[in-house]
Design a protein around this ligand. Structure first.
Ligand SMILES: Cc1cc2nc3c(=O)[nH]c(=O)nc-3n(C[C@H](O)[C@H](O)[C@H](O)COP(=O)(O)OP(=O)(O)OC[C@H]3O[C@@H](n4cnc5c(N)ncnc54)[C@H](O)[C@@H]3O)c2cc1C
Length: 392
C-alpha cells in the first residue's frame, strides 16, 4: 500500500498547475514542476530539540460534514446570523465567511449589531460590520489569546476539514470559492505591516524516496473529506520547485518547495483587535448557556460566531471535534521556511516554532475531544524534524 500524506496543502500545490495551467511565468508547460538545476539551496540549520519546547497546546476544530453554518434564524425577538463550523479552515475563510454574515446582518436594517464570539470568525465579522456602517459590540466568554483560534497552526488552508466530499454541491463550491478568494485577497492587505502579522513563506515537502511525491490518502472506505483547492483556486498557488540530493543541505533526500501564506497569530490578532477598537467597537465578557439568554442583549440582530461553543449553546450535534496538538518551541529569527516530513509539519511562526503530527489522513484526531497534551506525540514531532538536520 502506498505511503499516505496527511497535509493536503502539499499535494494541492504539487498538482495545482497541472489542473489549471494558470501559472506559467517561466514558459513551462502547465503541469510541470520546475527542477532546480543551478543553485544550491541554503537553509539555516533548525535548532530542533525537545529541551527547547516551550508549550504544548491542544484544541478542537469545529467540523461539520455539511460545512459551516451560515443561515439566519429567529430566536424569540432576535435575529441570529450564524457563522460557525469552519473545521480546520476558520482563519483561512474568515473574511469571506464574515462578508456573508455581514450581508445577512445588514439586510435586517439594524445598525447596532452584536457579535457573539471573539475568535477568528467573530473578530473579522465585527470588523466587516463596522466597515459596512454598523456599531458593533462583541460579547464573548473568552478573548484572545484564550480562544481556540489562538491555538491554530496559522496557515492559509481554506479546504482543511471544511466538509465531507459528498456534500460539495455546486452551490457549496461557489460559496466556498467566494470565501476562499475574498479571504486570500484581504490577507494581502496585512503583508508588510509592523509586527509581520501575515507573510509568505517557503515550505519544503521532504521525502526519502524520489517516487514518494505528495499524495492524498484514502480514508479506508470512510467518507472522504472535501479537497477543493486544486479544482477551484489553483491559480492562487505558485508552482513547486524540486530539489534533488546534492542541491540542498538535508542529506540524500528529495525536496519540493512550495509557497504558503502564514499568519503570525498574536501579531495578527492584535492588529484586528486594535482596528476594532479604533473603529469604536466595544467588547463585553459574557457567557450564554442557551439561545434564549440573548434576550438580555440590547441589539436585535446578532452574529453567532461561537465556533465549537455552538455545539453546546445551540445543541448542534452536527459539530464533530477534531483534535489537533501543537508543540511550540523557542523562536529562531533566521529560520523562515517550513517543512513537512513523515506526516509531521513544521511552521516557522515568529512567535514560536510550531511542530505538529498531522497523521496519514484527515481522520487524525476525528471525534476526539481530549484536551490533555500528549508529551510523547510532541517529542515525536520535534524529533522527526530534528532528524533532517542530524543526518546532514
Ligand atoms: C490544531 C489546529 C490547527 C489549526 N490550524 C489552522 C490553520 O492553520 N488555518 C486555519 O485557517 N484554521 C486552522 N484551524 C482551525 C481554526 O482554528 C478554527 O476553524 C477557528 O479557530 C474557528 O474560529 P471561531 O471563531 O469559529 O471559534 P473560536 O476561536 O473557538 O471562538 C469562539 C468564540 O466564541 C466564544 N464563545 C463560545 N461559546 C460561547 C458561549 N456559550 N457564550 C459566550 N461566548 C462563547 C469563545 O469564548 C470565543 O470567543 C486549526 C485548528 C486546530 C485545532
Amino acid at each position: 500500500m502506498q505511503r499516505l500524506i496527511g497535509r493536503r496543502r502539499f499535494l494541492t500545490r504539487a498538482g495545482a498547475v497541472a489542473a489549471l495551467g494558470a501559472l506559467d511565468a517561466c514558459g513551462l508547460a502547465p503541469g510541470s514542476r520546475r527542477a532546480n538545476t543551478r543553485t544550491t539551496l541554503q537553509l539555516s540549520p533548525l535548532r530542533a530539540s525537545v529541551d527547547r519546547i516551550t508549550r504544548i497546546t491542544v484544541c478542537t476544530r469545529p467540523f461539520r460534514a455539511r460545512g459551516p453554518r451560515l443561515d439566519v434564524e429567529k430566536v424569540g425577538a432576535k435575529t441570529v446570523v450564524h457563522n460557525y463550523g469552519h473545521g480546520g479552515s476558520g482563519w483561512s475563510l474568515s473574511w469571506g465567511s464574515g462578508a456573508i454574515a455581514t450581508a445577512n446582518a445588514m439586510a435586517t436594517g439594524e445598525r447596532d449589531i452584536a457579535v457573539i464570539g471573539c475568535g477568528a470568525l467573530g473578530l473579522t465579522t465585527a470588523l466587516l460590520l463596522q466597515r459596512a456602517g454598523a456599531r458593533v459590540t462583541i460579547y464573548a466568554k473568552d478573548l484572545p489569546p484564550n480562544v481556540r483560534s489562538s491555538l491554530a497552526t496559522g496557515l492559509y488552508t481554506p479546504d482543511s476539514r471544511i466538509c465531507m466530499e459528498e456534500h460539495t454541491t455546486p452551490a457549496f463550491k461557489r460559496t466556498w470559492e467566494q470565501m476562499a478568494r475574498q479571504s486570500f485577497q484581504t490577507y494581502q492587505s496585512f503583508l508588510g505591516l509592523p509586527g509581520t502579522p501575515v507573510e509568505f513563506i517557503d515550505s519544503y515537502f521532504v521525502s526519502d524516496d524520489p517516487a514518494n511525491r505528495p499524495r492524498r490518502s484514502e480514508p479506508d472506505g470512510r467518507p472522504g473529506f472535501a479537497n477543493l483547492e486544486r479544482e477551484l483556486i489553483g491559480d492562487l498557488i505558485p508552482q513547486g520547485v524540486d530539489f534533488e540530493p546534492g542541491s540542498h543541505p538535508l542529506g540524500r533526500r528529495f525536496l519540493q518547495r512550495n509557497t504558503q501564506l502564514m499568519f503570525n497569530l498574536p501579531a495578527y490578532t492584535r492588529t484586528l483587535l486594535a482596528d476594532f477598537s479604533a473603529n469604536g467597537g466595544k467588547i463585553e465578557i459574557a457567557e450564554f448557556h442557551a439561545p434564549d439568554q440573548f434576550a438580555r442583549l440590547k441589539e436585535k440582530t446578532l452574529v453567532n460566531a461561537t465556533g465549537y461553543g455552538a455545539r453546546a449553546l445551540f445543541d448542534d450535534q452536527s459539530i464533530i471535534p477534531v483534535r489537533g496538538q501543537l508543540t511550540r518551541m523557542i523562536p529562531q529569527a533566521d529560520v523562515s521556511y517550513g517543512l513537512f516530513y513523515k506526516s509531521v509539519s513544521f511552521v516557522p511562526r515568529r512567535d514560536g516554532l510550531v511542530f505538529q503530527v498531522v497523521g496519514d489522513n484527515d481522520y487524525y484526531g476525528y471525534n476526539d475531544e481530549t484536551a490533555v497534551p500528549d508529551r510523547a506525540e510532541a517529542e515525536r514531532a520535534v524529533n522527526t524534524i530534528a532528524s533532517l538536520f542530524a543526518a546532514t
